[in-house]
Write a protein that binds this ligand. Structure first.
Ligand SMILES: Cc1cc2nc3c(=O)[nH]c(=O)nc-3n(C[C@H](O)[C@H](O)[C@H](O)COP(=O)(O)OP(=O)(O)OC[C@H]3O[C@@H](n4cnc5c(N)ncnc54)[C@H](O)[C@@H]3O)c2cc1C
Length: 467
């Protein structure tokens, strides 16, 4: 293999290389760093071996290799949700497994493990269909769905996990299984929303929804003037909107640097993100009370093809180092005093930069899917989360700050959202993403399908001290 040192060549597992169509990389190989890198730059994987998989058989070979040598195994698609970083062991990189097959008649998509939301949205749009994707086009479809999946139109269609029909997965015995509600009901239940750790998924069959256009986008307010009012008015407003409207608020400071549009540069912003599948006229009427808040800097709310749905959140796509914390709140949301306390800790005068966000749940998020799954806390009305970059200040400062931000709502919290836990978690936090009976069933599944604990460095494993 080009660019590989002699030392690395000697360490490369030859039998694994023979079994894999993609690449097998070890430290020192030219592609090793690139394959380990992900969106989260804070603490990347440093495995002894990377299998850059091209096929399900490659994944099977990697799992078999790990099993035979007693090595812990990590999986990465895009690195947006990196939990515990692998130190040693095997990393299966799925980023090259990007096949998408749409069946417009059945309204389904078959996707491989490395497919990103933006690619799926674009391909589904050609057939007048859409996946129940989330805010950022770069996020991997598989892991997003394994963690539940809080989508742009989730109040109308529910969690992404509710739309998974079939899961192809390599389990710890190195078997490639096709898991459906009929073939393996308990495993199918636990994979959809359970946060992973039961195998390496090689592909999913998911349902698509018939959405070609939406009325939506961003309203960006001058948060230095009206942050509290935006949060308060928005929360009150969500109490009366239809299920076809899903929305969120994000509060954040914008740096004063070239590249940020002039009206936003150097300001504290309060953004409302909206996606409505109803008519434009109805949308305009629904949005009026928000526009009336005033101090609007940018109004991008309009009718748009679903293919442009990434503009609803317009999240930055530059890899960086970050940590986040979250709570799921009941339908009553934040009291006025909690709202003020949260804003004091995470708002414009926060000790470190905070992106404070609240998403409206309820609607179809709250309804049980036809085939039950492991998504917990369906009675949640809102998801509140805070995210901060962690180069300066360091991780300890940021974690302590996040605890202070969420402390005022602790007594109202139902639990945590799996997908919005970024970075290594302590066991208590990961555990809080599941109701007691769900966590117990998931623990049984882990014991049955991965008794040796082969699949590590995921939500369920902090990986501390492992290598
Ligand atoms: C900018 C941004 C926006 C986001 N927006 C949303 C949103 O709107 N809604 C929402 O619900 N979530 C959202 N998330 C969270 C995101 O869905 C999760 O972090 C998800 O786990 C990312 O998956 P990934 O494949 O992109 O990341 P990765 O880091 O590659 O994967 C995350 C973890 O999933 C596991 N995993 C990955 N692939 C497989 C596989 N094939 N088989 C088994 N396990 C696997 C591994 O444990 C891995 O560590 C967002 C995250 C970011 C950073």
């Amino acid at each position: 293999m080009a660019g590989k040192s002699d030392g690395a060549r000697a360490a490369a597992p030859g039998a694994l290389r023979d079994a894999v169509r993609g690449s097998v990389l070890v430290p020192g190989d030219e592609q090793y760093e690139q394959e380990c890198a992900g969106f989260q730059t804070g603490d990347g994987h440093r495995p002894d071996v990377v299998v850059a998989a091209r096929t399900p058989q490659d994944v099977r070979a990697a799992v078999d290799h790990a099993r035979q040598h007693g090595l812990p195994l990590a999986v990465q698609a895009t690195g947006h949700g990196l939990g515990a970083p692998a130190r040693g062991g095997v990393l299966v990189s799925t980023r090259h497994m990007t096949d998408v097959r749409i069946d417009p008649t059945a309204r389904t998509a078959w996707i491989q493990a490395g497919v990103r939301a933006g690619d799926l949205v674009a391909q589904a749009a050609r057939h007048g269909l859409a996946p129940v994707n989330g805010s950022a086009p770069g996020v991997g479809v598989v892991s997003y769905a394994l963690g539940g999946g809080v989508g742009l139109l989730g109040r109308e269609f529910g969690y992404a996990a509710d739309h998974v029909r079939r899961i192809d997965i390599v389990t710890a015995d190195a078997r490639l299984r096709q898991v459906t509600a009929r073939s393996d009901p308990e495993l199918f239940w636990g994979l959809r929303g359970g946060g992973g750790g039961l195998g390496v998924v090689t592909g999913l069959e998911i349902e698509l929804v018939p959405v070609e256009r939406i009325f939506g986008g961003r309203l960006v307010f001058d948060g230095g003037l009206v942050a509290e009012e935006v949060l308060r008015v928005w929360q009150k407003w969500t109490e009366s909107v239809p299920d076809e409207l899903t929305s969120a608020v994000t509060l954040l400071p914008m740096p004063d640097v070239p590249g940020v549009p002039a009206p936003l540069r150097g300001r504290y912003l309060a953004q409302v993100h909206l996606a409505f599948s109803g008519s434009r006229d109805e949308g305009e009427r629904l949005v009026e009370p928000l526009r009336d808040i005033g101090s609007l800097l940018v109004d991008e709310v309009r009718e748009l093809p679903y293919e442009e749905c990434a503009s609803v959140f317009s999240e930055p796509d530059t890899p960086h180092s970050y940590r986040s914390a979250n709570v799921l709140l009941g339908p009553e949301g934040l009291s006025d005093s909690a709202l003020r306390s949260v804003l004091t800790a995470a708002g414009p005068s926060a000790e470190a930069m905070c992106v404070l966000s609240m998403r409206h749940l309820g609607g179809a998020f709250s309804r049980a899917p036809q085939v039950p799954n492991a998504v917990s806390y369906r009675d949640a009305g809102y998801l509140l989360y805070v995210l901060s970059p962690v180069s300066d200040p360091g991780e300890d400062v940021v974690r302590a700050l996040h605890e202070r931000v969420l402390a005022p709502v602790g007594d109202r919290a139902l639990g945590r959202s799996t997908n919005f836990l970024h970075g290594p978690q302590d066991q208590g936090t990961a555990r809080a993403a599941y109701a007691d009976e769900v966590a117990a069933r998931l623990a049984h599944l882990k014991a049955e399908y991965d008794p040796q604990g082969l699949f590590r460095f995921n939500l369920w494993d902090t990986g501390a001290g492992r290598g």
